[in-house]
Design a protein around this ligand. Structure first.
Ligand code: HMG
Ligand code: MG
Length: 301
């Protein structure tokens, strides 16, 4: 195995938790920069309630401005049928649905139980099948919950398997609050891989406790080859108390390329996007690599 696939979630997971919302134009510019840096799967926004997550208002306009690009997908996060209809209206080619392994997080995040969330997903999957859309699935709180603490592995496995069974082509396992450590992350992936093919498993790490790269390495050794990350290490979840950003894409690229794995991403161009986007958000880039570049004014990593 010498190729890995990165799913860039900065324009969604990254921006949804920022105090300063970015305009549609700035989000499109950010995504164009990410495409220019070589990323091929870029979550471009979400069709959730703008009362719950105002930062994602205008996601339809973002997708429309981007248009369709050969070889590039722009999954859009969708919580229910209303979100699906918004995605279909703008001819999204791919959506992502999200469930939780923790009951309390499910209620805080999408205002329903885990069981009710699957009732909502049924018609969404059916609509997606009819429209020929690909569907990715997330499981949140796979290594801990901000409200319940420990989360049963059996719940993580069951939610992942159900998402796969209803037709999600890939299941992204979300360490929403970044409390996982490498052995726990590897054990969690091993348990899920007993029910879901390893090729259909992705890891979605948040770097709250600085464990993201270590967890990714542990799961790479378990055979995972798809990793979610956010340019600049932006983000967090508005309904996960204390959740900081996803693992920074530039740190992930630096590690993977250093290990001889190909990501297809140009690190210097990527860092430029991190620096420019962070400046618009009114703060320094979170990741050390982009911080160094911003401080030295260098153009190359
Ligand atoms: P609700 O209040 O229970 O929904 O929210 P409702 O069906 O009762 O509707 C209430 C209002 O919302 C109505 O409008 C609906 O039309 C509207 P009103 O009559 O009051 O004007 N509404 C919508 N508007 C736009 N788009 C929609 C939609 N649905 C209803 N799709 C709901 C339920 C799911 C909508 C709400 O809880 C919500 O939007 N939650 C979003 C939460 C969110 O985006 N969280 C962050 C993403 S998840 C995450 O970050 C984790 C992840 O990264 C993985 C990880 O790290 O673990 C994926
Ligand atoms: Mg997340």
């Amino acid at each position: 195995m010498d190729n890995v696939r990165l799913v860039e979630v900065g324009p969604r997971d990254g921006l949804q938790n920022e105090a300063r919302p970015l305009s549609v134009e700035d989000r499109v510019r950010m995504i164009e920069g990410l495409i220019g840096a070589g990323l091929r799967t870029i979550e471009a926004g979400s069709f959730v309630s703008p009362k719950w997550v105002p930062q994602m208002a205008g996601s339809a306009e973002v997708l429309t401005a981007l248009g369709r690009r050969a070889g590039i997908s722009f999954p859009m996060l969708v919580p229910n049928l209303k979100g699906f209809e918004a995605a279909r209206e703008v001819e999204a080619e791919e959506i992502a649905i999200f469930a939780s392994a923790s009951e309390s997080f499910s209620r805080k995040n999408i205002n329903c139980s885990i069981e009710e969330s699957f009732e909502r997903f049924g018609p969404v999957l059916e609509g997606a099948r009819q429209a020929g859309m690909r569907v990715r699935g997330y499981v949140s709180c796979v290594l801990g919950c901000p409200y319940e603490g420990k989360v049963a592995l059996s719940s993580v496995v069951s939610v992942a398997r159900r998402l796969h069974d209803i037709g999600c082509y890939e299941i992204s396992l979300g360490d929403t609050i970044g409390v996982g450590t490498p052995r726990a992350a590897a054990a969690m992936v091993r348990a899920v891989a007993e029910e879901v093919p390893i090729a259909a498993i992705a890891l979605h790490e948040h770097n709250t406790y600085g464990q993201a790269l270590a967890n990714i390495l542990a799961c790479l050794e378990e055979g995972v080859t798809v990793f979610d990350s956010s340019v600049g290490g932006l983000g967090g979840c508005p309904y996960a108390k204390g959740a900081t950003g996803n693992v920074a894409t530039e740190e992930l690229v630096f590690m993977l390329e250093g290990m001889g794995l190909r990501t297809g991403v140009d690190l210097s161009k990527l860092c430029r996007v991190a620096i420019e986007t962070s400046a618009k958000l009114g703060h320094d880039p979170v990741s050390p690599i982009s911080k160094i570049l911003a401080a030295t004014g260098d153009d190359q990593v």
